[in-house]
Design a protein around this ligand. Structure first.
Ligand code: GN1
Ligand code: MG
Length: 362
């Protein structure tokens, strides 16, 4: 299969070393090494991304805008194949694309220092800031309602009614916790009605492996742009909190290892504000801590609903995996809530010490 895809790009499979890269739960990725060049090959999951050509279209629009307004910015765009297309469709197989591998770059899978969290937050903030003049409504909605908590909650309630009865019974304690936190949904509904919380070009998947780092561990750019859509900044800041704050990730079964680290929290806030401080409205600045609660809550709901639906969405390698992930995320939510006051102080300190706090401008 890979041979057929590569040939569409004029690459001989016999000349390539193909190495699978373990990364996300959704797309499949390989690194292709030739004598002089390296590429990233991806198979697009078209159950999740229903219209793969729209992914390519979004990237083209963003690339053109950035080339014009921020020519120095490193934007990793898909390579066109022999048919001059960015997507390669192979009958009965699916959709593939090829990307250049950025020489001298590397990715990391686990955030091990606040510096890395800072660099990543800076890069995600920079991406949104550089695109602040781009009309985000032009982007195709590659996954409509992706971070719409209202809809996610409805899907959860639906799963609770229609899903696997045994699994629902087993999860009663988690369901109770989800319901107890419904105020997070209420706040989201207010946000949706507020014009002071803006729709921006939002990445929607800000885990650390979606940042390219250079040899000195400085951030270069962000990658994995399939979920770039109009959205709220809480999605990006929230997913950084969800994935950088705890030393244990969403797969951890021993929940006593889940904790939130204040130095990593500060680093996320500092890094993001370094680029977005001037962009955020006062109402948005008030939502920085909420971002974490929102995203963690939504992820808990998504994992739990998928568990009730017999794991139709997230890849699993053992039967209770989505149950573990949901419980893990609820625990993380509680850990963040426990630090609420201390973290609000960190946010206030960061907001007050920066020169970007130019209230005349917002
Ligand atoms: C999925 O495939 P990956 O790991 O980049 C999901 C995210 C979740 C994440 C949880 C398109 O992302 O929203 O946060 O799993 N992406 C999609 O691990 O659903
Ligand atoms: Mg992803």
């Amino acid at each position: 299969m890979i041979a057929t895809v590569l040939s569409a790009y004029g690459i001989r499979f016999e000349d390539s070393h193909v190495e699978p890269l373990a990364s996300g739960l959704i797309n499949k990725t390989w690194k292709i090494t030739l004598a002089r060049q390296q590429y990233i090959l991806q198979r697009i999951n078209d159950h999740v991304f229903r219209r793969p050509y729209e992914l390519a279209d979004n990237l083209k629009m963003l690339d053109a805008y950035l080339k014009k307004h921020s020519p120095g910015y490193l934007f990793v765009a898909p390579i066109t194949n022999a048919n001059n297309a960015e997507v390669c469709y192979i009958e009965n197989e699916g959709y593939y694309r090829l990307l250049p591998f950025v020489e001298g770059s590397h990715t990391i899978n686990v955030v091990s220092s606040p510096d890395q969290a800072y660099e990543a937050a800076l890069q995600f903030g920079k991406f949104t800031r550089l695109l602040s003049g781009f009309d985000s409504r032009k982007l195709h909605l590659t996954i409509p309602d992706f971070h719409n908590l209202t809809l996610r909650y409805q899907q959860f309630e639906e799963a609770l009614k229609m899903g696997n009865v045994e699994r629902i019974k087993q999860s009663a304690h988690l369901v109770a916790k989800v319901k107890k936190h419904v105020h997070i949904l209420t706040s989201f509904e207010k946000i949706r009605k507020s014009s002071a919380v803006k729709q921006r070009v939002t990445h929607h998947d800000t885990k650390i492996s979606n940042v390219l780092f250079d040899d000195h561990d400085r951030g270069l750019c962000v990658i994995d742009l399939d979920t770039v859509m109009p959205g709220y900044f809480i999605s990006d800041v929230g997913d950084m909190m969800r994935t950088y704050l705890s030393p244990a990730n969403e797969e951890e079964k021993d929940f006593s290892k889940i904790a939130v680290r204040d130095d990593f929290f500060r680093a996320i806030v500092q890094g993001y504000l370094s680029n977005m401080g001037d962009e955020l409205t006062p109402e948005e600045r008030d939502l920085i801590l909420y971002a974490g609660l929102f995203l963690i809550y939504m992820q808990a709901i998504r994992f739990l609903a998928d568990y009730f639906n017999n794991d139709v969405y997230y890849g699993t390698s053992y039967p209770e995996q989505n149950f573990v992930r949901a419980g893990n995320q609820i625990r993380l939510l509680n850990a963040l809530e426990d630090q609420r006051e201390a973290f609000q102080e960190i946010i206030a300190a960061e907001l007050s010490k920066k020169t970007y706090l130019n209230l005349g401008k917002v």
